[in-house]
Ligand binder design. Structure first.
Ligand code: AMP
Length: 189
């Protein structure tokens, strides 16, 4: 199964992707994690991506499409994958469809985690207030830009996948176990 977890920044995609990974044995393919690893490793891709990510803008389609194609060809993706934070533009979604079709595969489900903007901001503020580890792009200012980028570039994918009949929406506002249950129900599990 190939599954896209979709939603605004901070909606809980990563958390639910990890739970799905444990339950279904499919790897979590997070372009954000891959880019952060590239920054850590000091690769040319990482060096170029850092300033863009710190601002909350999007890294170029060509870069993320190349890293996801590379990752998808690893043996652990033979039964599919959970895409987390990818695709984020219509061009990325089209490239993903082509990449999968070339391998005789397709996206089976797209799950939207719906969370309102005020709740996303409140989540960031509480992470900061609790003194836990926060990412360089995890602050109210950057989150506002990431949200604006989400609405402009990523939200149009709801129409793209809706037209393909693959989109299911669950509320991401509930406690984590309830969201997990809603996802299982949406996947028919
Ligand atoms: P995330 O961990 O998914 O919130 O991603 C963190 C940051 O990495 C984003 O704000 C973007 O700057 C960059 N990024 C991650 N995935 C993508 C993508 N599919 N397309 C473009 N930029 C991305």
């Amino acid at each position: 199964m190939n599954l896209v977890l979709f939603g605004p920044p901070g909606a809980g995609k990563g958390t639910q992707a990890k739970l799905l990974t444990e339950k279904r044995g499919l790897p979590q393919l997070s372009t954000g994690d891959m880019l952060r690893a590239a920054i850590e490793a000091g690769t040319p891709v990482g060096l170029a991506a850092k300033a863009i990510m710190d601002k909350g803008d999007l890294v170029s389609d060509a870069v993320v499409i190349a890293i996801i194609a590379d990752r998808y060809d690893q043996p652990d993706c033979q039964n599919g994958a959970i895409f987390d934070g990818f695709p984020r533009t219509v061009a990325q979604a089209e490239a993903l469809d082509k990449m999968l079709a070339a391998r005789g595969r397709q996206i089976d489900h797209v799950l939207e985690l719906k969370v309102d903007d005020a709740a996303l901001l409140a989540r960031v503020e509480s992470r900061i207030a609790s003194g836990g580890p926060v990412r360089a792009d995890d602050n109210p200012e950057t989150l506002k830009n990431r949200l604006a980028v989400y609405y402009k570039n990523t939200a149009p994918l709801l129409g793209f996948y809706g037209a393909q009949g693959k989109l299911r929406t669950v509320s991401g506002m509930d406690p984590i176990p309830d969201v997990t249950k809603a996802i299982d129900a949406a996947l028919g599990a």
